[in-house]
Design a protein around this ligand. Structure first.
Ligand SMILES: [Zn+2]
Length: 101
């Protein structure tokens, strides 16, 4: 896993700049080096939806094992925090905005 690079000038983005952008409605990132506008790729958006679904299934799946709530809730929180923290690494850019499907 590596952090995404600008498709135009190969500038490597910082984890924190991608992470901050993920929380904004407008996810277009401007490259600080060449000022190119970069859009989240449909591949990235698909990966995020599959990973979120996987986390959701695992969260519900853990309840089958009769894990007590005081252990289950931190486990689920850790799972989601891990997902959110790794998102900048799976981020990929596209030079054009494309529909999700
Ligand atoms: Zn660039």
């Amino acid at each position: 896993m590596s952090l995404p690079k600008c498709s135009n000038c190969n500038h490597q983005f910082k984890w924190i700049s991608i992470f901050k952008r993920l929380w904004k409605f407008n996810q277009v990132i401007g490259c600080p080096n060449c000022k190119t506008k970069l859009y989240p790729s449909s591949k990235f958006r698909n990966k995020v939806s599959y990973l979120s679904l996987l986390c959701l299934f695992v969260s519900f799946g853990l309840q089958i094992f009769n894990i007590p709530n005081f252990a289950l809730i931190p486990l689920i929180v850790i799972l989601w925090v891990c997902l959110v923290l790794t998102m900048p690494y799976i981020y990929s850019f596209d030079s054009k905005e494309r529909p999700l499907w």
